[in-house]
Every structure is written in C-alpha cells, then in structure tokens.
Ligand binder design. Sequence first.
Ligand code: NBG
Length: 806
Amino acid sequence: MSDYRKESFLALLEGKMTRKRGKHLEDASDKDLYYVISSIVKDEITPKWLKTQEKYQENKTKQVYYISMEFLIGRLLQSNLLNCGMLDICNEVLKDIGRNPEEIYKHEHDAALGNGGLGRLAACFLDSIASLKYAGQGSGIRYRYGLFEQRIIHGNQIELPDYWLKEEYPWETRKADEAIEVRFGGKINMHTKLNGDFEFSYEDQDKVMAVPYDVPVIGYQNEVVNTLRLWSAEVTENESKLMSDPSSQYYHHLDHSHSIEQISGFLYPDDSSFEGKELRLKQQYFLVSATIQGILKNFKATHDLSLAHLSEKVVIQINDTHPSLAVPELMRILMDDENFSWDEAWKVTTSVIAYTNHTTLSEALEKWPTSMIQKLLPRIYMIINEINERFCKGIWFDHPDLRDKIPELAVIADDQIHMARLAIVGSFSVNGVARLHTEILKNKEMKYFYKLYPNRFNNKTNGITHRRWLLQVNPCLSETITEAIGPKWIQEPNKLIGLLRYSNDAPFLEKVGKVKKQNKETLAKLILNQTGIKVDESSIFDVQIKRLHEYKRQLLNIFHVIYLYNELKENPSLDITPRTFIFAAKAAPSYHLAKEVIKLIHHVAATVNYDKQINSKLKVIFLENYNVSLAEKIIPAADISEQISTASKEASGTGNMKMMMNGALTLGTLDGANIEIKDLVGDNNIFIFGLTSDQVHDYYQYGGYVAKDIYHTDDRVKRILDQLNSGEFGQQEIEFKDIFYNIMYHNDPYFVLKDFDPYIESHELVERSYRDKNTWQRMSVTNIAYSGKFSSDRTIKEYASEIWKL
Ligand code: NBG
C-alpha cells in the first residue's frame, strides 16, 4: 500500500474525528472510529451513488426490482470498504495507530431484517447485481425490530427484542419527499362509465405513509452504487395535524398512530412457515403497494412511454409468495388509476412479474382467509376474485383434461386465497432455487401448473457472494489462492477451478492446511470466550449452523454425538479422532419441538463436555445468537459441513456453498444444492448418505416405513431413545418426551432413525479420511476449486439473461 494513500486516509480520519465527534484520534473510542470510518465511506460513495442513478435515468436503463420481506444484510462497514477498494488501507492505518480493526467493525449492529437463507440470499443477490453492473433495486421493510436476539438459559431459548435502530444507522438516508401513501380498508363504489365499463372509487380508507430509507449497495470496485430501499410506516401529515388539535380525541389518535407504526414494527420470526396474522398481511401489502407505486412514478418520470410498455423497462422479481399481492396491486393501479382495461392491465402485469419459489414445505404455503383480505383490502379482493374466475374458466374451456383438477389449482378455494397459485398465474416466470427443487416443483408439487404453463418454469440454482463469504471472511485463504492462481478469480470466481492444478502440490496443500488451522484457532478462542469451554484445535470441527427445523435434522446430528459418547463410555480407550461438534441455530419462538432439540443439544453438551473419562475426544458446542457475523467467524474454520436434511425438504441451502468455498467437506444427503456440489466435486470429495428424495416421496405416498421397527432392532438406536426417556440427559424423565413421542408415535416423520445407520457409516468414513492429512487437504482444495459455480454472480447472470432480460 502506498504511504501516500495511507497518509491521506489518516488525514481524513483525523479531520473527520474532530469535526464529527469533537475528539482527537488518540482519544477516540472504537465506536467513534466506527462512525467516522462509515462516514468516510459514505462520502466516498455518495457522488457515485448519485451518478449511477442519474445514468440509469439518462440511459433509460431497464431495471429489476427485487421485492422481499427479508434482507439479511448483516454488518456493512467491512464489505463496503472492501467493495470501495479501501479495506486494506483502512486496516493498515488502524493497525499503524495501534487499533484493532475487528474491534471497530464489531460496533456495527448486525442488521437482521431476515430469518435465514431466503433473506441472506436477497442480500447476496444485491451485492452481485451491483458488482455485475446491473441496474437493480432491492425493496423491503425497515423493521424497527429485527430478528430476535437469542439467549440460552439452562438450555432454554429465550428471545430478546432486537432494537437495532437504537443508535444511528450510518448507511441509511431518509427520503421524506419520496414518501408514498398506502391505503387500507374502506368502501368501494362502483360506477358505470359512458362506454359501459366499470369504474371504481374508494371511500373512508385508512392512510399510511410509506417513507423510504435508502441504503447504498456498492458494486465491487466498479463505480456502481445501487439502492436497497427500505420502507417505514408512519402516520400521514393530516393525521399528525389532527393529533395536535386539542378538540380531537387525543388518545384515540395516539392509539391509531401506534397501530400504523406497528406495520414496520418487527420482523416475523418464522422461517419456512406461515403465520396468518393480520399484521403480517398488512406488512405485505404495505411493502408491495409502496414499491409498485414508486416504480410507476419513476417509470413515468423517466420514460416517454405509455405504461403499456412497462415490461420493456421494468421487471419485478418477487422473493417467495410474501410479495405476491404485487399481482392484484399492479392490476388495481393500471385499471383504477390509469384507465387500462382488464385485458390490457393483465398483459402488462403478467409480463413484468416473476416469482421465485423457495420451498415445498406445506406449512410454509401462504393461504390467507378470504374474509381477512376482503376486510383489509376490499378492492384487491375483488381483483383476486376476478383473476380466479377467469383462470378457472380458462381451464374449463381450454384444458378439459384438467377440469377435475380445478380445486387444486384455483386461486381461491375453501375460503382461502392460495398465494403461490396467485403468484404462478400472475407472473411470466416461476423458478426454483436448485435443480432438484425445480424438478420437484415441475413434476410433483406444481405439476398441473407445469402442464398449463410449461414455458414459465425454470431453475436458478442459488449462489452466495464470494466477496463477503471468501474474500472478506477468509483473507488468508484468499491470499493463498491469489498467490497460486493470480487475482482474476476475484472478478471471475469460475477461475477458482485453476486450483485443481495444485491439488497434488504438497507445499500448496500445506499452506491451505495452515490457514485452516489458524482459522480454527481463532474460532477456538471465540468458543472459549463465549462458553468457557476449551476445544482441541486439532480435532475435526464438525459444523451445523442454520435455523432449527425438524427437516434440517439437528436431531440426527445430536443422536450421532450420543452414539459416540456411548461408545466411548463403553470403551474409553477407543481410538477415534477427536471431534468438536459445533451447533448454532435459532428456533421460531413458538416452535416447541425445535426448542426441545436446542435443549437436548445443551444437555448432551453438559454431560459430554465435563465427562473426564472421554474428555479429550468429544466436545459439543452450541454458540448462541446465530447471525451473519457469527457465521462469518465459524465458516472459515469448518472441516465438515453438515447438510443432512431429509431429502426433498431443503430447497437449496446456501450454507453448504459457503462452507465448501472455505474448504470444508460436505457430509450430506442428496438434497437441494448438495446434489450439484456432488456432481461437480465427484463422489470421492464429498460424503453422501441416506434416503433419496424419491425414496422419501414413496414412503410418504405408499407407507412401508415403521420407525418402531428400527427401535426394536437396532440396539444403538434403542439405547439413545431410552436415554432420552430415562432422564439421562435431563433433570426429569419427561424432559424430552415430545422428541421421543414424535419418533415413536408419529412414526418419525423426517426419517431420523431410517438414516441413522448410513449416517454413522459416513461419519466413520469422515474420521478415517481425516487421518490422512494429505488426502483430506486435496479433497478440501478440490471443493474450493469447484465452488466458483456457487458464486451468486453466476446465479444473477442467469436471472439477468434468462428472466430479467437486462
Ligand atoms: C429457503 C430454503 C432454503 C433455500 C433458501 C434460499 C425459505 C422459505 N426457503 O433451502 O429453505 O436455500 O430459501 O432460496 O426460507
């Protein structure tokens, strides 16, 4: 780094510190430094931000709008510095003045406006869209409370509110003058126009202001700065005036304004499950209406075109069904405000909206009671009704072979509005997020829709931004890679494949091994700090980090740990490679069984970690409050990446990609993107076990699996289940009864017992492979080499060329 640039950065830092915080650099706290460095970055990018937006206007560029109820962005300072090309200088200057960069970056609150994979995917996508110089905006909600903070007390998960806006959030800019009115409820009047068409007017509606807060999305060293627009719900100006009028009902208005602000009050903490609360529906409509009104306003200001040409300049990607009210909302505006006929409006809508499906789990399918939509959004309800009528009629007349399937296809059925059906009918593209997932959509879950619209369905296998998930979180590995193959992989991650040439190069393998060792040491320190437990840095770091869900089968993992513990108790001198099992997971607050699994992990840990007899061989660690920042610490240190969902249930997974890219080997089922990882690296560089998705499907359909039989025939399994029931890992005998009952009396719906034996076998293979350091390193480097495909740059290029036509 040139001293000149360092000098000027230091000068900037000093100047800003005095101006902004009224302090000299030497007296500045870490937090002062965090705010001042953020403001330097913001100054650096603001002209580029303006210029990017002006260029889009001038060139009348087609834009993609990515609407999502979740953006799990995590901390931004370090990645913004990286993308601006200032990270190295900043780190060096900080070190020069005796400060630790990590300590400073830690002061940013981890922005958790998302639950898990779906929200993090949206954040990775924005990074790739900007880095590839596409014109694109994210659109979401500025929740005042993000995903809850998790504390564990005696093994029980406690949820604390995450008031992340307590202190100034330096990345956002409030744009009050671009606020948009969103309306709920009211009465709809229908009039007949002279030409016989109907016209609608609305009365007595509740008005809410959607105020945008813009967050810059900085492309990687390319001058592009896009926008993530987060909407905040506020009372309208009229209402605030009323409130200050003494004659008005003061308390009534306070109440009212509180209920309005609640719309952007908090993120619903459910991952892959549906909560049919009215407030959630309000959130969805609020997001969709503000976004679409904003898009149309911008379109009119930029283009001299009729809205009939919208699809030439705008494409809207809806992230799962959560924003699928975009379909009737766009119809409403085109017809009621812009005087389009139904057919004209439908043509525009279905050429602008594209839908991504992220799950086939039935508990995640959004179905709103018709009465709720009718009351809250009466005009939207009328439009959905009409969409449904026309759609069903179309099947009746044009697809007689599907007539008997109408109840399974209708948008409104059983007094419920089926949002996935609405999204499919109202969009021009429906995509799944990994090859297997898309095949399941086409051939099983949505097969009749696929019959109706074969060209609509397509696959876009997920990806992750390699800038954050390799370059930023694992600088030493990145440097080692660059030393070997040069820096081109940073722009073109596919070039990582060049590492294959080094997969037999002993000095290179050794370097990669050394980096992993360092990363494990760093994580071991964090573990010691957080839990007081010292782990063996040379043990296998076996990692399962993701939301806690039955289908993800953390239970299978902890059963294996119990099995190993039992083996060691029986034979303490058993020669096994020491293992550290690392878990991190939040459970939805009302998900009882998931919380019971968290408790079980803690109780097993309490027994295993302090058992002197086996002490050096096994450790079980649960790191609390899993979030993006914690993932950034764990992933570079993982040896084994546990991706063990019941086949067919995990649509894609993205943690699997992050760990692969950091040299971990996958131990997984043939599910989601694991299959595509396996296809690339080959059977010898991955540990695959368990039922296939077809087998799982057949068991569900035709039966034939009896969990109790395994209990009665496999002594290892019987012992574990009996231990659960006997209170061996709990304070009381009934502690884990629901886990026990679910397996024995609900016939183990996620096939934990069925996959137990092959899972144990795979673990034995892992253990044997790890003993041969050279082979292990070769496998690890092979995985890194093939991970380029899973950069979200590849995914976004596919979206851009095949769906968005940018
Ligand atoms: C999740 C899937 C994951 C997938 C992410 C991102 C939902 C509804 N779905 O397997 O469970 O990786 O979406 O596509 O959160």
